[in-house]
Ligand binder design. Structure first.
Ligand code: PHE
Length: 452
């Protein structure tokens, strides 16, 4: 068998993992979740979820992935031989395909808007016209499906080139550019007249806003944003070198991911307040409201092109990571060639992505449990499958596998210095994270409604 691929440099491994974590979840979803859930209160709980639940689950996935250097099913088979625990990997693979399907639709919208921005069609309209433009576009079955398919083909091209020449190279180029664009936007947003109001909304918590609903939103957001619970981070960690420090990598990834979410808030809220808009606009914030705002800024052309380019970079580095789960699985467990496996992944993405894209037009009346296919995929994956996966990974590492294996991974076989944080981390993995996820998960399913 040929030698298994690894990320070439430590920076490359971190860039790829941060690329997975930083995506629409940070730039599109975080600001509107914070907007509808009361700003500062949401941010506070969100940070708590990242520290006490997110990082422990990231480390758990890292331990399984880097400790075995295998795809998720292979890793679980190695660590729990002769048991059925590897069946849990199918849940993660299912979640990854569901997320890929609806995520690619939004990525399709982004390419359409990038294209419109480049062709200078995103300026000179009234607010009403931007809304009509967005509704007209998402309601057009052909155009949305076409862009979704095109996006998945771009995703395919990166993935087919493999770990080093595809994923790592793209991340090494796109992530620094992404940070640069963010910084340019921040410098500008902070000079706007509504900056103070926007920052206050984001950073000053109103404690009356804290409720179970905010907590559920914050935890779901933390899972989605950190790409955890579906073995995406596990798969990337299987390409880490044995000398990388897992706890340090996890902290860097979580910190940068949270930073980008906060930076997006620092950009979006001042801009929104300066133009007299409301931050509760929800998912359409980015597509209906921001283009209208950009056109009122000096140099509007460049702002809108840069913004949609930023979204594009953020999203494609995420979709390649969710695709990699099933690709590595097919290559290692079913002996498919990488390009065949990538084709299968893209084919499934196109089939289900099309159904999701059509949820806004011809299939808008087709609902299951009152949700369109797009909403159902989003709900089931983020609110059900990811938390379940998170509980499983934390429990598996905290209780099931041999403690020596865990310690070996955390200390790089005893070579790294002792850290005071390690017991805290292990406590969170074993007790805090699983309990917190279960409680919030049950709240989310409405099981406490009768009692409270
Ligand atoms: N973390 C990505 C984001 O914030 C989404 C994602 C979820 C990526 C699951 C991979 C796996 O947009």
């Amino acid at each position: 068998m040929s030698e298994r691929a690894q990320f070439v440099t430590r920076i490359g491994a971190i860039a790829a993992t941060v690329g997975s974590a930083v995506g629409l979840g940070n730039i599109w979803r975080f600001p509107y979740e914070a907007g509808v859930n009361g700003g500062g209160a949401f941010l506070l709980i969100y940070i708590g979820c990242v520290l006490l639940v997110g990082i422990p689950v990231v480390v758990s996935e890292f331990i399984i992935g880097r400790g075995t250097h295998k795809n998720v099913a292979g890793a679980l088979k190695q660590l729990a031989p002769g048991t059925k625990w590897h069946w849990m990997s199918y849940m993660g693979i299912l979640a990854s395909l569901m997320i890929l399907s609806f995520y690619s639709v939004v990525c399709g919208w982004i390419i359409e808007y990038l294209f419109q921005a480049i062709s200078a069609n995103l300026s000179g309209h009234t607010a009403m016209e931007y809304t009509e433009m967005f509704n007209g576009f998402v309601g057009n079955p052909w155009r949305t499906v076409l862009w979704t398919v095109l996006f998945l083909c771009l995703n395919f091209l990166v993935l087919r080139r493999g770990i080093k020449r595809g994923i790592e190279k793209v991340a090494n180029f796109m992530m620094p550019v992404l940070f640069l664009i963010l910084l340019i936007f921040i410098a500008y947003a902070l000079t706007l007249p509504g900056a103070a109001k926007g920052l206050k909304f984001l950073f000053v918590p109103k404690f009356s806003n804290i409720s179970p609903k905010v907590a559920i939103g914050a935890m779901g957001q933390a899972f989605f944003s950190l790409s955890i619970g579906l073995s995406c981070i596990l798969t990337y960690a299987s390409y880490f070198k044995d000398t990388d420090s897992l706890a340090r990598n996890a902290t860097i990834v979580a910190a940068l991911d949270t930073l980008v979410a906060i930076l997006s808030g620092i950009i979006i809220f001042p801009v929104v307040f300066s133009f007299g808009m409301q931050p509760e606009a929800g998912p359409k914030l980015v597509f209906e409201i921001l283009p209208n705002i950009f056109q009122q800024l000096p140099g509007s052309y460049i702002w809108s092109v840069m913004f949609f380019l930023l979204l594009f970079f953020a999203s494609i580095t995420s979709t390649i990571s969710m695709s990699e789960i099933s690709i590595t699985f097919l290559v290692e467990e079913h002996n498919l060639s990488r390009s065949r496996a990538t084709m299968v992944n893209t084919g499934i993405g196109i089939a289900f992505g099309t159904l999701c894209a059509l949820s806004f037009s011809v299939l808008s009346d087709f609902t299951i449990f009152g949700k369109t296919i797009f909403d159902l995929f989003d709900f089931v994956s983020s609110n059900v499958l990811l938390p379940l996966g998170g509980i499983f990974f934390a429990w598996f590492v905290g209780w099931y596998i041999d403690r020596r294996f865990v310690d070996d991974q955390l200390t790089n076989h005893g070579t790294s210095p002792k850290s005071v944080w390690r017991p805290v981390l292990m406590f969170c993995i074993r007790y805090f994270a699983p309990c917190a996820i279960i409680i919030i998960f049950l709240y989310g399913l409405g099981l406490f409604d009768a009692i409270l």
